[in-house]
Every structure is written in structure tokens, then in C-alpha cells.
Design a binder for this molecule. Sequence first.
Ligand code: FES
Length: 220
Amino acid sequence: MSFKVEEVLRSRKLAKGIYETFVSYHGEAPPPGTFFMVWVPGHEAIPLSVAGYRGDAVRFIVEVRGRTTAALYTAHKVGLLGPLGRQAPVPSGKPLLVGGGVGIAPLLYMKELWGGELLFGAKSAEKVPKIDGIDEVATEDGSLGFKGTVVDLLKLRPQKRDVYACGPPSMISSLKVLAKEMGLKGYYSTEKMIKCGIGICGSCVLEGKLLCKEPWLRLG
Ligand code: FES
């Protein structure tokens, strides 16, 4: 497997420090829950979850966290390696999708393919992406939607559906506590240092598994 040179077709700001970008891609439809390593010339290769697929392009949602993520916004060409990881297990029925921050990316693609309801949490309104697909928003400061975390919001939902969650480690920790209390079932993924993306460097171990090979872990 090696990087293929692809074109950045367009990028658009979605919220403070968050943007989407479409990159040309001519392979088979990427399975939901997978990711690509995206190499930005002059910078590093970063892991980005598939947030959508349009037949000739993949969509990524990116938060600016350093030089590489900032440079990708204006890049014309990138190297693409993937799809990597593994398809998330298919839900039985319409899932409840729970995202925090850019953890929303894989859930947007799942919603496109599987339907379901998407809950999204951020610290404040300025970090909520202006995109279709979000059914309900929670903000910690109450500046938009439900006041509290997205896990607080999840407590108010019927719990019969499979839950697919992706977000920062703090969100996943509270989700696991809630899953125990309320008997939630489903899968989760989180941010972890991913360097090689192909299972050889060992930087992405979570609960004894390589997250780059198995990005979706069982919840409950
Ligand atoms: S990122 Fe290298 S082993 Fe997972």
C-alpha cells in the first residue's frame, strides 16, 4: 500500500477552527468507520475519518490543531492512503449516533448509509458545524441547544437502539459509565495517537487493541 496523489477539490469552513474538505478518490466506496492517512506535502500524514463519499471524492471533517491541519485547508494536492481500519459493525435497526467535536466525522457517513439519529456535543455554539445531518445539539455552556454534554443528552433518549459514539477521551469515559448504568449496547471509537495507520508502530494501542486496525470497540 502506498500514498496516491489526489486533488483537494474544495474546502469550506464549518465552525470556529473546523472545516470540511473533499479530496478526489477513485476507489470503491470506503466502508463506514474507516479512515485515510492524508499526507500534506511539506507537512505530516494525519489520520482522518471518512465523513462522506460522493462517487469521485471523499469528505473529511478537520479541526485545526497545528501546522498540518492548517495547511490542508489551502492545499491543492495531498497523498491519500486508505481506506484503513475496518468497517464498523452494522447496526440492527436505526442507530443512535453520538458525536463530540470532530468525532462527528465517521457518524455523518454512518447516518448517510444507515439512517438513525445523530446527537452532537460541543463546548459552545461557535464549535458546532453548520452542516446537515445533526438532529440535536448539546453545548456545555448552553449557548445552543441542550445545556450539558452530549452524554447528558443521551440519558434522555430511549435506549433500545444500538449506540455508535465517537469523540474525545473525556466524552468516551463518561459514556462508558453511562453504558454500565443504563445497559447501553453498541460501539465507540476515540482519538488516539495514530502514526503509521497500518498496524506496525504500536502507537495506537487502546484496551489492548490497535485502534488503527480495529477502530470500533464494543460498548457495554
Ligand atoms: S498507528 Fe501504528 S500501529 Fe496503529
